[in-house]
Write a protein that binds this ligand. Structure first.
Ligand SMILES: *Cc1c(COP(=O)(O)O)cnc(C)c1O
Length: 391
């Protein structure tokens, strides 16, 4: 289709007119099971009455005022985020990249305040933190970085889930101020890190005076069955990065800070025109309300475990299937061959999925997914994967 839109996405040939629960409809009235939730965003599914009401009511009152004034919805949402994360202060933005950018700026400011003029941040292989220049420099994707140099300096990339690699990097570079990582990598192929590694990393950061900054943009807000994926390791980071599911579909991002990371950024040091506005914060508050009232953490944990074990059972012994990975409703199926064509085949069969890192089928369905709907995902996806691998 010729279009006035910048050609930065090769889009699938479908547009959705409306949705309800985990289902989306196109203009021809075809129904699709949403196994991706707009890349982990629509955690309450589509047309959730509590979210729709909150957004409509807030839109009718006031949509935008700016951070020049007090924003009570922002205060209330910040309190909710602190309560679930153990952070003590929240800074809002509009996206995952923008939030990660704020975390990077916070770490650098922290370094400068201690007299470190060239603060370095350790990041991980196969990480994803966004597409701004700073977050691209922190991200490990040659494809995403190609053609955009020069990128900001001050990032050291190390092997993921490998404590020694972090120690070695810190021994070599004395100006390290922070470690930034996803504890369950999303774009990187649904790659989990070990609980022992995360506990040891927390201790290492304490020992060396580094900030531990965890990017929960994809894995947070209940996706893995706890509010935040790092809570499975029972650790408390210094900075947590939020976005995607936080607004249930409206654009919002945030960082939380505590301990040594709290009170680092002061008045005038960072800002945003749109960030934390009344409309998106009202949406965020509705997400928290629905998550609690409808016990969606428990749902993500139990339905996610059911979905994972069903996929494992049905795909067991299938040639070409490497592994089913992930936790809660953040799951990946790694195949031996690049499998991008499965996305279109699934779409034709009425299921929305995604493939990341060429060979990993990714599922991020809404957290309201029922067991029956999980079974429907399995019954559509498994035959497609078997037929693909049999070719
Ligand atoms: C999606 C994602 C981002 C970037 O978020 P945007 O809203 O696309 O800028 C950052 N970190 C992680 C872990 C993500 O999954």
């Amino acid at each position: 289709m010729s279009s006035a839109i910048s050609n930065t996405y090769s889009r699938l040939p479908v547009a959705f007119t409306h949705g309800k629960g985990v289902w989306l409809w196109d203009a021809e009235g075809r129904r699709y099971l949403d196994g991706l939730a707009g890349i982990g965003v629509s955690c309450l599914g589509h047309g959730h009455p509590k979210l729709v009401a909150a957004i409509s009511e807030q839109a009718a009152r006031v949509i935008h005022t700016s951070n020049i004034y007090e924003v009570p919805q922002q205060e209330a949402l910040a309190e909710r985020i602190c309560a679930i994360s153990g952070m003590t202060e929240i800074l809002f933005g509009n996206s995952g990249a923008e939030a990660n950018e704020a975390a990077i700026k916070l770490a650098r400011y922290y370094g400068h305040k201690k007299g470190n003029e060239m603060p370095h941040i350790i990041t991980m292989e196969s990480s994803w933190h966004g597409r701004t220049l700073g977050t691209l420099a922190a991200t490990d994707s040659e494809k995403a970085r190609k053609g955009f140099g020069p990128l900001p300096e001050g990032f050291i990339k190390v092997a993921y889930n490998n404590l020694q690699a972090i120690k070695d990097a810190g021994d070599k570079e004395s100006r390290v101020v922070a470690v930034l990582l996803e504890v369950l990598q999303g774009e990187g192929g649904i790659r989990p890190s070990d609980i022992a590694y995360l506990k040891a990393l927390r201790a290492l950061c304490d020992e060396r005076g580094w900030l531990l900054m965890i990017d929960e943009v994809q894995s947070g807000i209940g996706r893995t069955g706890k509010w935040l994926a790092h809570q499975w390791a029972d650790i408390l980071p210094d900075v947590v990065v939020f976005a995607k599911g936080l607004g249930g579909g409206v654009p919002i991002g945030a960082i939380g800070a505590r301990g040594p990371a709290a009170n680092v950024l002061g008045p005038g040091s960072h800002g945003t025109t749109f960030g934390g506005g009344p409309l998106v914060c009202a949406a965020g508050l509705a997400v928290f309300r629905a998550m609690e009232e409808e016990k969606l953490l428990e749902n993500a944990a139990t339905v996610g475990a059911h979905l994972k074990s069903s996929l494992e059972k049905e795909l067991k012994g299938t040639p070409g299937v490497v592994e089913v990975r992930g936790q809660g409703l953040m799951l990946g199926i790694e195949l031996e061959k690049p499998c991008g064509e499965l996305v279109m085949q699934a779409l034709d069969a009425g299921l929305l999925i995604n493939v990341t890192r060429d060979r990993v089928v990714r599922l991020l369905p809404p957290l309201i997914l029922s067991k029956e709907e999980a079974d429907q995902i399995v019954s559509i996806l498994v035959p497609l994967i078997k037929a693909f691998n049999a070719k």
